[in-house]
Ligand binder design. Structure first.
Ligand SMILES: [Zn+2]
Length: 213
């Protein structure tokens, strides 16, 4: 049993209404080899559906509906928020919007990536690329913040490559100093894949000379 969930009554931080939500109460450590964008292998790969919750009353989507917001429930009725549906990917994109509103830009970026994973699983490459480009836009909009977070700088190399921005991966990452030998080896691998025009999914253990566990 890698994961245990239970139904809990939670109060929405935006509208104050109660609803029953599936909450992860036990989570065994993930020992799988991740993809280059840190997507875990199975069985944890299947658990992303538990990473976003939605309030059935106001539509608030976040990793928990108990997380306080900097906006009012009127925002959740806006056309911008409702351009996404209630599929798993749509809920992650809504979570990304609320995290941007809450100025939690790291989670906003990752929520776009999780939406891309959901589209990857559906075989919807076009939508997956759109979500990855939305993640890169968040990265570009907050360059100072992210420049101090080498793990995000490296993560974005993969997000760019998977969305076909090969030239940018090569120009931004070739020979770049990234804080550790492991990170530089992964960045070099991203550049190598970009030079081949490879936008496919690769695992971290494909990086030469590096064992990632
Ligand atoms: Zn609510």
């Amino acid at each position: 049993m890698e994961i245990k969930t239970e139904e809990q009554e939670l109060v929405c931080a935006v509208c104050g209404e109660k609803s029953s939500q599936t909450v992860v109460v036990k989570y065994e450590p993930d020992t799988s080899v991740p993809d280059l964008d840190m997507r875990p292998g199975e069985p944890h790969r299947s658990y992303i559906k538990y990473w976003v919750s939605k309030c059935p009353h106001c539509g608030y989507c976040n990793s928990s509906i108990e997380i306080p917001s900097l906006f009012t429930k009127e925002y959740l009725q806006s056309a911008n928020y409702n351009k996404y549906d209630d599929s798993l990917a749509g809920r992650f994109m809504k979570m990304s919007l609320v995290c941007e509103k809450n100025k939690i830009y790291e989670v906003a970026l990752k929520a776009c990536l999780y939406a891309a994973w959901a589209f990857d699983d559906e075989g919807n490459d076009e939508k997956a690329v759109e979500c990855r480009r939305a993640a890169v836009r968040i990265f570009d909009s907050h360059r100072v913040l992210f420049s101090e977070k080498p793990d995000y700088v490296l993560l974005v190399a993969d997000i760019m490559r998977r969305s076909g921005s090969f030239e940018r991966v090569i120009s931004d990452y070739k020979g770049r100093f990234l804080g550790s030998g492991l990170m530089m080896a992964i960045a070099a691998f991203e550049v190598e894949l970009a030079e081949k025009g490879d936008s496919g999914c690769h695992r971290a253990d494909e990086v030469r000379g590096v064992s990632v566990k």
